[in-house]
Design a protein around this ligand. Structure first.
Ligand SMILES: C[S@@+](CC[C@H](N)C(=O)[O-])C[C@H]1O[C@@H](n2cnc3c(N)ncnc32)[C@H](O)[C@@H]1O
Length: 273
């Protein structure tokens, strides 16, 4: 990947996303999101599709299975490698490539569909990302974004972890802002006409007890691992663990013996002017 002024920052982000076991989180409860985005973008045979911050191909693989020509791009090579293995085990043909969503290494207007499932939202400089998504999409093409909302459980998770996490880089905006309709309109303005913007819930029933969900994040989710490491450094790890336990209890919609969570996301699909 070409060096940029913030190469060091991005190297840290890459390390963070390679820590834990994000591929296993996808298999445990995130799998429904990819096909949901692919269907909303009406991806089909012959379309040139770019998946930004594709991770292990949660959206790229179902997109390729429709016959589309898909490029799965991500900052973290370890996740792309896991995606390649998933695709080889029966997922269709795709290109996989390292790319920073803030500096996409693709020509202007080169894709019919540019999409991101809970991915582009994690690059720190939102306007840079939005400008890049527009730049690489053909006029009349589709931009599709599936993002956690600020009001939903992941929004609450990031607010809980924020005071314990390493300080964000200059100019960074919180990831769940991408799940706000107003924020999307500010970022894309008249350059994208959003024809479908809807909130929906991902139901999670994979965990027996509510706090098992928190333990899962603590062990496997890069941003939670980074926040805990920093909390340990500042002697506040127990405080963070208590806050995460409380979060799981508050957001449990099941029983104490059988947890059920509803994770809100925003699905926005628009046409590039
Ligand atoms: C929550 S995962 C989502 C992965 C996948 N799209 C999915 O639906 O499972 C967030 C992804 O964003 C990627 N990411 C974070 N910052 C990025 C950046 N600046 N450019 C490209 N990808 C980035 C991470 O490597 C990670 O794969």
């Amino acid at each position: 990947m070409p060096a940029t002024p913030d190469s060091e920052l991005k190297a840290g982000h890459r390390t963070m996303w390679a820590s834990g076991d994000y591929p296993s989180m996808v298999e445990t409860f995130l799998l429904p999101l990819g096909p949901r985005l692919v269907e909303a973008c009406a991806i089909g045979s012959g379309k040139e599709v770019l998946d930004v911050a594709a991770g292990t191909g949660n959206a790229s693989i179902p997109a390729a299975q429709t016959g589309a020509k898909v490029t799965a791009s991500d900052l973290t090579p370890e996740l792309l490698e896991a995606g390649r293995a998933r695709a080889a085990a029966g997922g269709g043909e795709l290109e996989w490539g390292e790319a920073d969503a803030e500096h996409l290494p693709f020509e202007d207007e080169s894709f019919d569909v540019v999409m991101s499932s809970i991915g582009a939202m994690f690059a720190p400089h939102h306007q840079d990302v939005a400008d890049e998504l527009i730049r690489v999409c053909c006029p009349g093409g589709t931009i599709g974004l599936l993002s956690w909302t600020p009001e939903g459980m992941i929004g609450a998770l990031f607010r809980t972890m924020g005071p314990f996490a390493p300080p964000p880089p200059a100019g960074a905006q919180p990831p769940p802002l991408w799940g706000s309709e107003d924020h999307l309109r500010e970022l894309f303005g008249e350059r994208v006409e959003f024809r479908a913007v809807e909130r929906d819930l991902l139901e999670v029933t994979a965990f027996e007890r509510p706090r098992d969900y928190g333990e899962h994040f603590k062990a496997l989710y890069g941003p939670a691992i980074a926040a805990r490491a920093n909390a340990q450094h500042t002697g506040r790890q127990d405080e963070l663990d208590d806050a995460l336990n409380q979060l799981c209890d508050e957001w449990n919609r099941g029983t104490p013996e059988r947890a059920r969570f509803e994770m809100e996301y925003l699905l926005a699909v628009g046409t590039r002017a």
